[in-house]
Design a protein around this ligand. Structure first.
Ligand SMILES: Nc1ncnc2c1ncn2[C@@H]1O[C@H](COP(=O)(O)OP(=O)(O)OP(=O)(O)O)[C@@H](O)[C@H]1O
Length: 264
């Protein structure tokens, strides 16, 4: 991958640099020395069995660890240390956009989508009134929602699961963060809608780096340049997707690759 230069001419910091991250909750060690990075303008898949620590890692990155958690190590977003800083208190440089697994709980059920989508446009890009609405329409069209005016006037319960997932993606993109974290965003969707959401993520990420959490190694291989594999709260292997998928060394990745081959 080409080295990305920052305006001063030096190499840009990684979009995400997690170093020796340890998270304990109630005396149990849930993450134990997690170290990996997401290079600028790239996409990394985080895979692992259920309970291996993927969402906990994502929580540390986006600033949503459980209140009872203690965390040590380092999480740097575009060079800014953010470990322990809750999402709402982060400055622009350390902000991370997130697309959750369950869009219904991520969206306010009582507030029209238009209001939820124009809020980050107002806060981050300073857009108001007709300019914010025009950008909101543009974002909804870009994530494949071709009836943006209806969607803007709807509440979450009036949309399908796939439509809600795309709305969440549009809201995440509106925040113009340098890193997008998507935690199993396609799990609850049918195969056609899954493919559409993955396509939306592919088209909208690059300048925005992506950390993509998934159980689906075929999706990881289609979307991501690198893979990080977790087992019991530790990184057991990581590297370029093509290398890892063709010669997995961890049991979990080997099983996922076999399952994907059998389904192909
Ligand atoms: N709020 C919490 N308090 C205490 N333990 C938790 C909490 N959230 C998760 N855990 C534990 O942390 C471990 C890692 O959970 P995590 O949700 O990160 O797994 P995961 O890899 O994302 O799994 P899945 O694929 O099923 O979503 C699990 O043992 C889980 O029981």
């Amino acid at each position: 991958m080409a080295t990305v230069l920052d305006p001063s001419g030096g190499p840009s910091p990684a979009a995400l640099d997690v170093h020796d991250l340890v998270v304990d909750v109630g005396g149990a060690r849930l993450l134990d020395g997690i170290t990996f990075s997401v290079p600028p303008e790239s996409r990394t898949a985080l895979v692992g069995a259920s309970g291996s620590g993927k969402s906990m890692t994502a929580g540390a990155v986006v600033g949503r660890l459980p209140l009872t958690a203690t965390a040590t190590g380092s999480v740097r977003v575009a060079g800014t240390e953010v470990l322990g800083v809750p999402a709402a208190r982060r400055r622009a440089a350390g902000r991370v956009a997130a697309v959750a697994q369950d869009p219904l709980s991520a969206l306010n059920p009582l507030v029209p989508i238009g209001t939820q989508l124009t809020m980050p446009l107002r806060r981050r890009a300073g857009l108001r009134g007709s300019a914010a609405r025009a950008r909101a329409r543009e974002l909804l069209l870009s994530v494949g929602l071709d009836d943006p005016d209806r969607v803007l006037g709807s509440v979450a319960g009036e949309l399908s699961g796939g439509q809600r997932q795309r709305v969440c993606t549009a809201i995440a993109l509106a925040s113009e963060a340098s890193l997008l974290v998507a935690d199993e965003p396609t799990t609850a969707l049918d195969l056609v809608t899954q493919a559409q959401v993955v396509d939306v993520l592919r088209r909208h990420t690059r300048s925005t780096a992506l950390l993509f959490i998934t159980h689906d190694v075929a999706v990881a291989a289609a979307l991501c340049d690198r893979v990080v594999v977790l087992e019991h709260g530790r990184v057991v292997e990581q590297g370029p997707t093509t290398e890892l998928v063709s010669a997995p060394s961890s049991d979990h990745l080997r099983e996922l690759v076999c399952a994907a081959r059998a389904a192909a």
